[in-house]
Design a protein around this ligand. Structure first.
Ligand code: HEC
Ligand code: HEC
Length: 483
C-alpha cells in the first residue's frame, strides 16, 4: 500500500514539478519581451538615448555637482537613481527594462519590474527590488514641462512633441496621476494603476467602446505599494497576483499591458501565449551556484524537519531527487484574520467590484474562467528560490528571511546600504535601521527609506514558526537556502 501511495504521490508531484510548456514557444516568449515593450508605459516613458542623457538637468543640485566632477558617471548615477539595471544581453545601449524600437526610441517594458538582481547578478523574472518608477516619472514630467521640445521622444516632430507635452499636463491633472506614486524603492504602486487603466476600457477591452463606466474611478481602488512575485514561482502556480484572485492564463497576464493608448491590445493574445510559456519555463536560481555560496547540509537537514513541522502545510513539500526539484504545492489562501499582514492590498488595492469587472470582461473570458472576487487574504507563495527574492511579504516590508522568522527584530524603518551586497547570514538585503525618516528634500532620497508605519507598508503578521527555538530557526534558515 505504501508503495502504491508513493507512486500516486510522485505522479502528482511530477504534475507540479514540470509546469507544461513548450521550449520553442518559451523562446519566442522571451524574445517578445526583450524586443517588444507592449507599451506598459506610453507617453513620457518613451524617450530617446539623448533625452535620457539630458535627464540630469532636472536632478537635485547635489547630484548635478557630483556629475560635474565626473561626467563619465552619468549612467551609474542615473541607474542608481531610477533602479535600472544593465541588460545581460545586447539591448542596443538601453538599460534592461526598456525595449529599443526600430526608430531608436526606448520604451518601458515588463522587465523594468520583472528583471531584478541579487548580489549584483541579474536574473530575468526576478522582481527588481530597486526599481523607482516614482522618481523616473517625476523627473520625466519635470523634464518635458521644462524643455517641451528637446526632451521629448519626438524632438524633430513638433506636432507630436507638443501633443506629448500637452498629454503630460493633462495626465498631471487626471485621476491617473494619483497612481504614479510609490513610497519606497522596489515596491511600485501597480495594482491600483491597473485598476484605473481597466476602468478606461469596456468589458470587451475596447478603450473607446460602449457600454462603459462613466467614471474611471468607479472601482474605488486606493494606491498601494507592492513587491513583485518572482516569475520562477509564478511558473508553478495556477492562480496569480498576491491574493490569487485570478487564474494564470494568457489573457490575465496581459492586463499590465492594457494602457488606454494600446488599441492593438487584444491582438497581442497569441504573443502572450508565448510569454506564458516563457514564464512557465523559468526555474529558480540555486544558492550554491549563484555565489561561492555555502550550505551546511547537515544543519539544513535539521531545518527541513522544522519546515515540515511549521511551514509546509501552507508552503508545500519540496523534494530534490537526483538534482531535480519536485514540489507538492497546496496553493492555499490564508485569511487576514489568521495571517495579520498588511490588509491594504487585498481590501483596497483591488476592490470586489473591480475583480467582478475583470472576471466578466474579455480578460476573464467573459466570466467563464474561475475568479475569486473577494479573496479576504493572501496566497502562501511557493518558496522556490526564496533566498533570492528579498524583500519579503507581498509589500516587501521585511528585508531578510532572518527578520521574517525573528518577528520582534523586524526593523521599523530601513534603508538598503548596497543592492549589490547580499547578506548571507540573514539572507536578504544589507540594510541600516533608522528610528525615523530623516528630513530630505529629494523624493528619491525619501524613497530609499522603507517606512513600515506608512499606508500599505506594515511589516506585521506572518508570525508562524514562533514555537521554534532560536537554534531551530537558524537551522530552518539554512534549509531555506536549499529551495
Ligand atoms: C511597474 C512595475 C511592473 C511592470 C512594468 C509590470 N509588472 Fe507585473 N507585477 C508587478 C507587481 C508589483 C506585481 C504584484 C501585483 C500584486 O500585488 O498582486 C506584478 C505581478 C505580475 C504577475 C503575477 C505574478 C504572480 O505570481 O502572482 C504577472 C504574471 C505579471 N506581473 C506580468 C507582467 C507582464 C506580462 C508585464 C508586462 C506587460 C508586467 N507584469 C509589467 C509590477 C510590474
Ligand atoms: C498558515 C499558513 C502559513 C504558514 C504555517 C507559514 N506561512 Fe509563510 N506565508 C504564508 C502566506 C499567506 C504568505 C504571504 C503573506 C503576505 O505576503 O502577506 C507567506 C509568506 C512567506 C514568505 C515570504 C515570501 C515572499 O516571497 O515574500 C516566506 C519566506 C515564508 N512565508 C516562509 C515561511 C516559513 C519559513 C514558515 C514556517 C516557519 C511559514 N512561512 C509558515 C502562509 C504561511
Amino acid at each position: 500500500m505504501a508503495s502504491i501511495l508513493f507512486v500516486l504521490l510522485s505522479f502528482q508531484v511530477h504534475a507540479w514539478e514540470g509546469p507544461t510548456y513548450q521550449a520553442k514557444k518559451a523562446q519566442i516568449g522571451k524574445r517578445n519581451l526583450t524586443h517588444k515593450a507592449y507599451s506598459v508605459s506610453p507617453g513620457f516613458y518613451t524617450l530617446t538615448e539623448k533625452t535620457f542623457n539630458r535627464l540630469s538637468k532636472v536632478w537635485p543640485r547635489e547630484l548635478r555637482k557630483r556629475l560635474k566632477r565626473d561626467p563619465s558617471k552619468f549612467r551609474e548615477l542615473a541607474y542608481q537613481r531610477y533602479g535600472f539595471l544593465k541588460a545581460p544581453y545586447d539591448n542596443k545601449g538601453a538599460p534592461l527594462g526598456f525595449v529599443v524600437k526600430p526608430d531608436g526610441r526606448w520604451e518601458g517594458s515588463c522587465f523594468m519590474c520583472h528583471a531584478g538582481s541579487v548580489g549584483g547578478k541579474v536574473i530575468l523574472g526576478l522582481g527588481n527590488n530597486q526599481i523607482d518608477i516614482g522618481t523616473f516619472t517625476e523627473d520625466r514630467i519635470k523634464q518635458i514641462k521644462r524643455y517641451p521640445i528637446s526632451s521629448n521622444a519626438y524632438p524633430i516632430n513638433f506636432p507630436k512633441a507638443l501633443s506629448e507635452s500637452l498629454m503630460v499636463r493633462l495626465y498631471e491633472r487626471s485621476y491617473f496621476s494619483k497612481y504614479r506614486h510609490q513610497l519606497s524603492k522596489g515596491t511600485p504602486n501597480v495594482v491600483s494603476g491597473w485598476s484605473a487603466i481597466l476602468g478606461g476600457r469596456n468589458i470587451d477591452m475596447d478603450p473607446f467602446g460602449f457600454p462603459r463606466s462613466l467614471k474611471i474611478n468607479v472601482f474605488g481602488s486606493i494606491p498601494v505599494d507592492s513587491d513583485m512575485p518572482a516569475w520562477f514561482t509564478t511558473s508553478v502556480k495556477s492562480r496569480i497576483w498576491v491574493d490569487g484572485f485570478s487564474p494564470l492564463t494568457r489573457r490575465t497576464i496581459m492586463s499590465p499591458a492594457a494602457a488606454p493608448l494600446n488599441p492593438e491590445f487584444k491582438k497581442w493574445e497569441s504573443e502572450f501565449d508565448d510569454v506564458l510559456h516563457y514564464i512557465k519555463s523559468l526555474k529558480a536560481p540555486s544558492y550554491e551556484n549563484s555565489f561561492p555560496g555555502r550550505i551546511d547540509w547537515k544543519m539544513a537537514k535539521k531545518g527541513e524537519d522544522h519546515f515540515y513541522q511549521s511551514c509546509s502545510n501552507c508552503h508545500g513539500d519540496y523534494e530534490r531527487v537526483a538534482g531535480v526539484m519536485t514540489l507538492l504545492f497546496p496553493e492555499e489562501r490564508i485569511p487576514l484574520s489568521k495571517l495579520k499582514t498588511d490588509p491594504a492590498r487585498v481590501r483596497k488595492g483591488l476592490t470586489v467590484s473591480w475583480r467582478q469587472f475583470y472576471q466578466n470582461s474579455w480578460l476573464g473570458n467573459y466570466g467563464k474562467d474561475k475568479f475569486v472576487v473577494d479573496p479576504k487574504g493572501y496566497m502562501a507563495p511557493p518558496l522556490l528560490g526564496v533566498w533570492a527574492t528579498a524583500p519579503y511579504l507581498h509589500n516587501g516590508s521585511v528585508p531578510t528571511l532572518y527578520h521574517l522568522l525573528f518577528e520582534s527584530e523586524r526593523p521599523k524603518i530601513w534603508k538598503v546600504t548596497d543592492y549589490k551586497k547580499y547578506d548571507h547570514k540573514n539572507m536578504g538585503l544589507s540594510f541600516n535601521k533608522f528610528l525615523s525618516v530623516p528630513i530630505v528634500y529629494d523624493n528619491e532620497m525619501k524613497r530609499r527609506f522603507f517606512d513600515t508605519t506608512g499606508h500599505s507598508k506594515s511589516n506585521k503578521g506572518h508570525s508562524f514558526g514562533s514555537e521554534l527555538s532560536e537554534q531551530q530557526k537558524w537551522e530552518l534558515l539554512e534549509y531555506l537556502k536549499t529551495l
